[in-house]
Design a protein around this ligand. Structure first.
Ligand SMILES: Nc1ncnc2c1ncn2[C@@H]1O[C@H](COP(=O)(O)OP(=O)(O)O)[C@@H](O)[C@H]1O
Ligand SMILES: [Mg+2]
Length: 282
């Protein structure tokens, strides 16, 4: 789906103070993966994400989407239709004054016939559970609802891949959960998901975690493996999810308690399984 080969990206190449944000990234993302990218501020996450739909072009190296090199201008439209982007602030991404018109904006520009357009808008609003709000003005919605409208606009274009750059950062816990549920649902439908987040508990939602550090990929693997390396993560300025920290602490006192645990549900289940004597002594 996405192939990144030895990509460097330098901002302000011609200025007095160029910044090299990516320093030789190599990465393959397969169709249907749910990749979560984490890493401290300034590590290059957003710069990398913008290479996935040709918002940025590598200073050197190559990015290809389904075999199409992002440097080739003739592929630009197809690439933009294949990879949807959702950013942090929903207000900056909403254009129309009515929800359904906003969702229709992208597919309308694809030149779809009206009937197909209507079907796609309805389908996208259903996926994000916002169909009932279709005729409302977006400014009347909560931040979480607005972000779901933005996601609906992206998925109405039927992208093979959706990239979300801190799309949950501005939302309250309820709005965040709704957006994460939408991402899971899209993933289940076969859409490739790439999510950038600074919430560690969201990093466990994916099938693969990539940790960035100073323009490089520092770690790459399934969440179970990444979150069993607490010391390495801390050196990269990251923490374990809270529930994983708790499980680690219980494990230190009661070695039979398994670690790493990535979800509250798993943790509760394992706690219930502990013999009563172990719980009391812990
Ligand atoms: N438009 C830009 N112009 C110049 N430097 C930038 C620009 N965007 C990002 N940078 C720099 O590139 C580095 C990586 O930034 P970014 O990709 O935004 O990291 P992250 O998303 O992980 O916080 C940082 O040093 C940042 O200051
Ligand atoms: Mg960023």
């Amino acid at each position: 789906m996405i192939v990144v080969e030895d990509v460097h990206h330098t901002y302000d190449v011609d200025r007095a103070h160029p910044v090299t944000a990516l320093k030789g990234i190599n990465l393959h993302i397969e169709e249907g993966e749910y990749v979560v990218i984490i890493g401290r501020n300034g590590s290059g996450k957003s710069t990398l994400a913008k290479h996935f739909n040709a918002l940025l072009i590598p200073t050197s190296g190559d990015v290809s989407i389904k075999g199409m090199n992002t440097k080739d201008p003739q592929h630009l439209t197809t690439i933009r239709h294949s990879v949807g982007m959702v950013f942090q602030v929903p207000d900056n991404q909403i254009i129309a004054t009515v929800v359904e018109e906003d969702v229709a904006f992208g597919p309308e520009n694809m030149g779809l016939p009206l009937q197909e357009l209507r079907a796609r808008v309805d389908e996208a609003l259903t996926v994000v559970d916002m169909l009932d709000h279709r005729t409302r003005p977006p400014h009347m919605l909560s931040a979480g609802q607005k972000q779901r409208v933005v996601i609906a606009g992206a998925i109405a274009m039927r992208p093979a891949c959706l990239v979300l750059d801190e799309a949950t950062a501005m939302l309250d816990p309820r709005g965040r959960r709704d957006v994460l549920d939408t991402m899971q649902q899209l993933h289940a439908q076969g859409v490739t998901i790439i999510a950038i987040t600074h919430f560690m508990r969201e990093a466990v939602e994916g099938t693969r975690v990539i940790v960035m550090d100073q323009g490089n990929i520092a770690m790459d693997g399934p969440p179970q493996r990444i979150f069993s390396q607490a010391d390495e993560l801390r050196q990269l300025g990251l923490d374990l999810p809270q529930v994983t920290q708790l499980a680690e602490r219980i494990h230190r006192r009661t070695p039979a308690f398994p670690t790493p645990l990535l979800s509250v549900e798993e943790c509760v289940e394992e706690l219930c399984r502990l013999p009563q004597s172990a719980v009391v002594s812990s």
